[in-house]
Design a protein around this ligand. Structure first.
Ligand code: ADP
Length: 640
């Protein structure tokens, strides 16, 4: 078995098709993608070598580097690295199928991208970008620790050729682009031109830690044996030039790094083509010495909510790359951060397993967390508008910290923004507390799927009537988070959809007590009938103190889970025991006066309808929608 022609996965074909016909003007990014891949491959090899001392002996000791070779006549550009390389199977898996979620996301947007090619860069399609500039691409690669090479070739149509082949240079990867015809117009540059390549490398890849070399030639005056120039004669001198400064950007002083350099670096570590939203760059001294350069992305990444999306920072030890996606360096609720931690204290041999338990790592995580929270606090105080943009993107993530990180709960509570009945602008808890009325005892909130639903919900009627502010919590995490806040500044947080809502003053209560007693007597039989009709669904039917306009509402026990939480858990495949709730009725509503006059059978029917209405009002699905619909139809015809 050797040479084989295989078909690309359908999805890859779609991407390639887009690349081949791309009108994207910024095609030079293909080089950034290839250099970035080579740099990763070199990082990986250096790391793997730590645990494979035998590899060094199989390969003559060559300095790790990336090399560009251009050939103007043949119109080829070759990128060579002596990194980790790929096996035969890896080549098929990595550059024949769609493995990454980022690329999958790309596919969802192909139509959009066709119309707006400038979007291509945002998705970072990596290797496939080469087909924007080349009509044939070949790869020759050999994986570290193996002795056989793999050859791959494609013209970007539906298939690729794969074969086993010796790579004379040994371990590493060579990618050769057979460049498309150079029309010489302004829109496409000549990617065999030394100066063009120099400019692109400087622009996108200057910080790459490995040398990016290029063989260049220049004419010099010929000299004779005495070192004197021979008039009219020149000779060609070849130089192996390093094109990038290789400065690890995070180790430089922030005042010396330009915004553009930060932006390029963010694109490399963040796999995001947009400019970062914000950055945190500092050196920690003291018990733990490390440098951190972290970025907040400008928008929620495409694959952010996928379950298997990797996150975490890149870990370096004294400039040596150790691993990507080190989740141990930041808490999950800061998982939107992209960037690098470079520690002076950790051992080079640190593995993922060690990271999880390492006390130094925990100390770094603690320090980084404090720094980030402090940074956000300052942003909130100094630039509210910018902070709000951040919060809209990642607020739901940060909030998890209130439930998960007890030591920082207090700080995060001060960072949280909420929608509220006070105005359309988001509010902090502190601002809410300041606005609280004298007779307001607690901070009120309600959770639900949408702002509109909450604003119209029966739960808020009385609270609004009292003039108390309500926090509208529409993020799914709020179901967990709000419960865990419990108190802010000595003020209890209270869900207005739960039992125990205590809005009234002592006098009002005394007055109400009497009224309720009267109503309980007046509606005693009706309540008993309703209770009988819905006894399997609710644990109690009682006169409501919270309703103003709506006839009924379902209320959860103070310590029970909400209906929404139950639904969410269920949709995640984690059924939880359903807590029975209380059906509160509004005796002032005309429906009950009429109901009293009905026969017991009709009353039971109405009770069922009312219960279903309460479900609808809170956004819950009905147990039997068909039956409900028939009952309503009957009700309507009964009264014609
Ligand atoms: P990405 O780099 O974003 O994962 P690419 O399409 O650019 O996506 O590359 C896919 C994979 O192919 C890489 O993740 C890597 O595993 C492998 N790869 C690409 N280039 C190289 C290289 N020069 N050396 C080793 N592996 C490589």
């Amino acid at each position: 078995m050797t040479k084989e022609t295989r078909s690309f996965q359908t999805e890859v074909k779609q991407i390639l098709d887009l690349m081949v016909h791309s009108l994207y003007s910024n095609r030079e990014i293909f080089l950034r993608e290839l250099i970035s891949n080579s740099s990763d491959a070199l990082d990986k090899l250096r790391f793997e070598e730590l645990s494979h001392p035998e590899w060094d002996s199989t390969q003559p000791h060559v300095e790790k580097h990336i090399r560009l070779i251009s050939n103007r006549e043949a119109r080829t550009l070759t990128i060579v690295d002596n990194g980790i390389g790929m096996t035969y199977d890896e080549v098929i898996a990595n550059i024949g199928t769609i493995a990454r979620s980022g690329t999958k996301e790309f596919l969802k947007h192909t139509k959009e991208i066709k119309d707006r090619p400038e979007l291509i860069g945002q998705f970072g399609v990596g290797f496939y970008a080469t087909f924007m500039v080349a009509d044939k691409v070949t790869v020759l690669t050999q994986k570290a620790g193996t002795s056989e090479g793999t050859f791959w070739e494609s013209t970007g149509d539906g298939s690729f050729v794969i074969d086993r082949q010796t790579r004379n240079e040994g371990v590493g990867t060579t990618i050769t682009l057979h460049l498309k015809e150079f029309a010489g117009d302004d829109s496409v540059e000549d990617f065999t031109d030394e100066y063009v390549l120099r400019r692109i490398v400087k622009k996108y890849s200057d910080f790459i830690a490995w040398p990016i070399r290029m063989m260049t030639s220049r004419e010099e005056p010929e000299v004779d044996a005495d070192g004197k120039e021979v008039e009219g004669k020149t000779r060609t001198v070849e130089d192996d030039d390093t094109l990038n400064s290789q400065k690890a950007i995070w180790l430089r002083s922030p005042s010396e790094v330009t915004d553009e350099e930060y932006e390029e670096f963010y694109r490399h570590v963040g796999h995001d083509w947009n400019k970062p939203f914000d950055r945190i760059h500092y050196r920690a001294e003291g018990s733990q010495e490390f440098t951190a350069l972290m970025f907040i992305p400008p928008a929620v990444p495409q694959d952010y909510y996928y379950r298997d999306t990797k996150w975490g920072l890149s870990l370096y030890v004294n400039r040596v790359f150790i691993m990507d996606n080190a989740e141990e360096l930041i808490p999950t609720y800061l998982r939107f951060l992209r960037g690098v931690i470079d520690s002076s204290d950790l051992s080079l041999n640190v593995s993922r397993e060690i990271l999880q338990k390492d006390r130094q790592v925990q100390a770094i995580k603690k320090a980084v967390t404090a720094k980030v929270l402090k940074h956000l606090e300052t942003l909130l105080k100094t630039d509210r508008e910018k902070y709000q943009t951040f919060w809209k993107n990642f607020g739901a993530t940060i909030k998890e910290g209130m439930a998960n990180d007890f030591s920082n709960k207090d700080k995060i509570e001060h960072l949280a923004l909420f929608q509220s009945s006070h105005s359309d602008t988001l509010t902090t808890l502190a601002e809410y507390a300041e606005r609280m009325k004298k007779d307001q005892k607690e901070i009120y909130y309600i959770t639900g799927d949408s702002l509109d639903q909450l604003k119209a919900s029966p739960y808020i009627e009385k609270v609004k009537q009292k003039g108390f502010e309500i926090l509208y919590c529409t993020d799914p995490v709020d179901e967990w988070v709000m419960q865990s806040i419990n108190k802010f500044d000595d003020k209890m947080l209270r869900s207005i959809a739960k039992e125990g809502l205590d809005l009234d003053s002592e006098e009002e209560k005394a007055e109400q007590e009497k009224e309720i007693k009267d109503k309980e007597i007046e509606f005693k039989d009706l309540i008993a009938t309703i209770q009988g009709a819905v006894s399997e669904k609710v644990k109690e039917v009682k006169i409501s103190k919270r309703l103003v306009d709506s006839p009924v509402v379902l209320v959860s026990g103070a310590y029970d889970s909400s209906a929404r939480l139950e639904r969410m858990m269920e949709s995640m495949g984690q059924a939880m025991p359903k807590a029975k709730r209380i059906l509160e009725i509004n005796p002032k509503h005309a429906v009950f006066t009429r109901m009293k006059e009905l026969s017991a059978d009709r009353q039971k029917e109405w009770a069922e309808i009312l219960y279903n209405q309460a479900l609808l009002a809170e956004g819950s699905p009905l147990d039997d929608p068909m039956r409900f619909s028939q009952q309503i139809a009957k009700l309507m015809t009964d009264h014609i």
